[in-house]
Design a binder for this molecule. Structure first.
Ligand code: HEM
Ligand code: HEM
Length: 236
């Protein structure tokens, strides 16, 4: 099922880098997923704050679909998308942080062992946020699609939780952005450009990196299954 995407060759890409100096590390589904969740988290927040609850429902369901897709892609996706590539025990994450403190530059192709934990925290918080949203109510005229399935006391509690988890998401996102800026301005690694273009300079990744990229059609299949599951849940 996995096949290796050819490296793009071509014209200079700025700062003296040409395509052969770059290695493709992130596949297209991961990049589209990332920038779409940034958009949908913002839309969910703005719509809730302004009382556009229909829009809030749709952006929340969209986000839930993407997170379910991402979980599936973490098992069947390209090398750097897989949980097995970036989830390591706390010992390895701490060793990585200690090496950073000593001023070393341990190279990683995808998420580093500490960043992997942040990714999991973000995904878990987003899943909980959208999951509790399904059961939430605004106390006036909007109920999440599954709110009528539970008691109103439980729905109220989950609504509270929905508000609280959002605060956790805001905190995690700030930490995430500070970490990305640290890499950019302290270590000189432009992770943002990699998350946009998919490629990193060859010198920033280990020489023995063995990357496999899964074809886009499998991502589309995972996305379609995730959407079907979420919309079935919402109409349940
Ligand atoms: C709502 C805001 C955001 C959320 C929820 C979020 C979430 C995430 C998640 C879940 C990942 C892991 C991607 C994956 O493996 O699927 C990630 C990676 C990443 N994000 Fe964000 N992100 C947000 C905002 C941003 C912003 C504003 C930036 C740029 C300043 C950014 C830059 C990055 C970069 C560079 C990576 C890759 C990190 C690495 O190389 O290990 N993110 N983000
Ligand atoms: C599954 C879809 C979702 C549904 C059905 C849903 C439902 C609701 C409801 C009914 C409220 C009103 C609560 C109140 O008035 O106290 C609310 C508020 C809110 N939701 Fe969602 N939500 C969903 C997903 C999301 C997502 C994905 C986010 C952000 C990542 C989000 C962020 C918020 C915020 C920030 C508030 C305002 C909380 C407050 O005022 O304390 N929701 N949501």
């Amino acid at each position: 099922m996995a096949s290796i995407e050819p490296q793009r060759a071509g014209a200079p890409l700025g700062r003296g880098l040409t395509a052969p100096d770059l290695v493709r590390v992130w596949d297209m589904p991961i990049r589209v997923f990332h920038w779409s969740i940034v958009g949908l988290v913002s839309l969910s927040w703005v719509s809730a704050e302004n009382g556009y609850m229909r829009l809030h429902l749709w952006s929340g369901l969209g986000l839930l679909t993407l997170v379910v897709f991402r979980i599936a892609w973490g098992f069947v996706g390209s090398t750097t998308a897989r949980f097995s590539d970036f989830i390591h025990g706390p010992g390895r994450a701490l060793a990585y942080l200690r090496a950073m403190r000593r001023g070393e530059r341990p190279a990683h192709t995808g998420h580093n062992p500490a960043g992997g934990w942040m990714v999991m925290a973000l995904l878990a918080a987003l899943l909980l946020q959208a999951g509790t949203g399904l059961f939430a109510n605004d106390g006036v005229h909007f109920n999440g699609p599954l709110a009528a399935r539970i008691s109103s006391a439980l729905s109220d509690r989950l609504t509270n939780l929905h508000g609280n988890i959002f605060n956790v998401i805001v905190l995690l996102v700030w930490m995430h952005i500070v970490a990305v800026m640290f890499y950019r301005y302290v270590r000189g690694e432009n992770l943002i450009r990699a998350m946009i273009t998919g490629s990193k300079p060859r010198r920033e990744i280990p020489g023995n990196a063995d990357l496999k990229f899964v074809r886009l059609r499998w991502a589309l299949l995972c996305l379609a299954l995730a959407a079907a599951l979420v919309f079935w849940l919402a109409r349940f």
